[in-house]
Design a protein around this ligand. Structure first.
Ligand code: F6R
Length: 242
């Protein structure tokens, strides 16, 4: 595990963008696993800058997003489909056929859509670099603390802490969807490399519990300690309890 503690959000975003850029530059058709949320916004902004300067080419890059809320249309401002367009996809030359985001539909097609999503990752040769944020409860993707965790992409009930934390993006807590579809631990842990970003004091307990040397499904990010190539880039505040 390569732990990099940096000064602040700006430095975290810069180092995160550098690591993603290196993967894209090393492999023309790199497969990226992408996270949403407030943590990687600065990193995406820097990737867009690098693309605009001509330092990065996304033409053959393939992307898989970690998760999506169930019940939000792709054009809903808080959907992760919309987030990705706003923060990255609308600004770089990614080919839309190379973009995959879990389904937001809760109907009878959901199970099959999850299966197809995992198959698509497999057909792409797996993920070269998986970018992750971390929830205040230690979740990765939307794999919430539980006595067991699922390996495949699946439907989840969001934990109360997650609903509470994500209510800052909505008008009220009641508007936060209670369900989501998330990539399971299987595709994430099979990624060649993993990059986890975290910033802020509110992430310090989750960071401490995840990288303390103990592994538990009650802190899903702690499983990353079992991966061979994990880089953790966190700011001083998130590292304050380590
Ligand atoms: C988002 C995701 C989540 C977030 C986590 C932190 O795609 O998978 O695990 O990374 O909830 O969210 P922020 O960055 O908003 O604190």
């Amino acid at each position: 595990m390569d732990l990099q503690v940096v000064g602040d959000y700006r430095e975290m975003s810069e180092l995160g963008a550098k690591i993603v850029s290196e993967t894209i530059q090393e492999k023309k058709n790199a497969v990226l696993g992408l996270a949403t949320g407030s943590t990687p916004e600065g990193m995406y902004a820097r990737l867009v800058e690098k693309y605009r300067r001509g330092d990065l080419d996304f033409k053959s890059v393939v992307t898989f997003n970690l998760d999506e809320y169930v019940g939000l249309a792709p054009d809903h401002p808080q959907s992760y489909h919309y987030y990705m367009k706003r923060n990255l996809f609308d600004h770089v030359n990614l080919d839309p056929v190379n973009i995959s985001i879990p389904t937001s539909s809760s109907d009878e097609t959901l199970e099959e859509a999850c299966r197809q999503f995992d198959k698509k990752i497999e057909h792409a040769g797996g993920i070269d670099l998986q970018v992750l944020g971390i929830g205040v409860n230690g979740h990765i993707g939307f794999n919430e603390p539980a006595p067991y965790l699922k390996t495949a992409t699946h439907l989840v009930e969001l934990a109360e802490e997650t609903i509470e934390a994500n209510s800052r993006f909505f008008q009220s807590k009641e508007e936060v969807p209670r369900k989501a579809v998330t990539m399971g631990l299987g595709s994430m842990m099979a990624a060649d490399k993993i990059l986890l970003l975290a910033n802020g004091k509110n992430k310090a307990p989750a960071v401490r519990d995840s990288f303390s040397g103990l592994v538990s499904t009650e802190t899903p990010a702690s499983l990353l300690q079992l991966h061979r190539k994990v880089t953790i880039v966190i700011d001083r505040e998130a590292a304050s309890l380590l």
